[in-house]
Design a protein around this ligand. Structure first.
Ligand SMILES: NC(=O)c1ccc[n+]([C@@H]2O[C@H](COP(=O)([O-])OP(=O)(O)OC[C@H]3O[C@@H](n4cnc5c(N)ncnc54)[C@H](OP(=O)(O)O)[C@@H]3O)[C@@H](O)[C@H]2O)c1
Length: 246
């Protein structure tokens, strides 16, 4: 049976690479993104790679009021849903956010409030059917606040905490919640950063995510070494951590 997969933020570098793998497996895909031109190109590419079915909707996922109708439409189009994959997010402008709350709020809204709205609806849909996987991209940046990106980091920390609680609620209902915590990955989000060429390859990261969804893993650090690295970083005493330039 072809897997029915809903992808939110489908034009993201990581999501696109993941969808390419699902397409070769013959999955049915419903794609949501806000950039119509990119979305049409991604949808056409996935069809040629072997997806059994591809449909899409253009939507700004910051608009939480539209989420229930968007999700209903997507699931009707797919004829059900086995996996929801949430990949949208913004790095945002840390410096601007330090000076102006609206800039800070924008990061928190896209990375935290929007996924919470989507997941509240999706979790209830899955619980009613006693099945489904909710796979959500958070970040290692959420494991400890750093001065260089604590707005992005705190939005992802909130998301990871929400996912942990949601998993605790729905696991016994047959629903899997996967928290994906990538380290730095070479995508449009990080292309401008120094050392981007040394970051993890997006196709390798996508292959690991696909396997973790199949195995119904709870929390995935990808590449795997970011688990132990963040374990060490979390244990650095605050008296030392506050003096570091991270
Ligand atoms: N790359 C990394 O190193 C890294 C590490 C850890 C976690 N992550 C997370 O991985 C996820 C995917 O990021 P990526 O690396 O693949 O970067 P990316 O290519 O920049 O993807 C981010 C995507 O989010 C979409 N988006 C942002 N705001 C949106 C909104 N309001 N409505 C709809 N779509 C919106 C963007 O759409 P537009 O194209 O229209 O802007 C873009 O397609 C993000 O959640 C990111 O935080 C990335």
């Amino acid at each position: 049976m072809s897997k029915k997969i809903l992808v939110l933020g489908a034009t993201s570098g990581i999501a696109e690479a993941t969808c390419r793998i699902w397409a070769t497996q013959g999955a049915s895909l419903f794609l949501v993104a806000r950039n119509a031109e990119k979305l049409v190109a991604v949808a056409a590419d996935l069809k040629t790679r072997g997806a059994a079915y591809v449909d899409f909707a253009v939507a700004d996922l910051d608009d939480t009021a539209q989420h229930p109708s968007l999700l209903t439409h997507a699931i009707n189009s797919l004829g059900g849903m086995d996996i929801a994959y949430l990949a949208h997010g913004v790095l945002g402008d840390q410096t601007a956010g330090e000076q102006s709350f609206p800039a800070a709020e924008q990061i928190l809204h896209t990375n935290f409030v929007s996924p919470v709205s989507l997941l509240t609806w999706l979790a209830n849909y899955c619980v009613q059917r006693k099945s489904g996987v909710l796979a959500v991209i958070s970040s290692v940046a959420g494991d400890r606040g750093r001065k260089s990106n604590y707005l992005y980091g705190s939005s992802k920390a909130g998301l990871s905490a929400f996912l942990g609680g949601l998993r605790n609620r729905v696991d016994r209902e047959g629903v899997t919640v996967l928290t994906i915590k990538p380290g730095p990955v070479r995508t449009p989000m990080t292309a401008h950063m120094p050392g981007a060429e040394k970051m993890a390859d997006v196709n390798a990261v996508a292959a690991i995510i696909v396997k973790a969804i199949e195995k119904r893993v709870d929390v995935l650090y990808v590449p795997f070494q970011w688990g132990p690295i963040m374990g060490i970083i979390q244990h650095i005493p605050e008296s030392i951590f506050k003096k570091l330039n991270l």
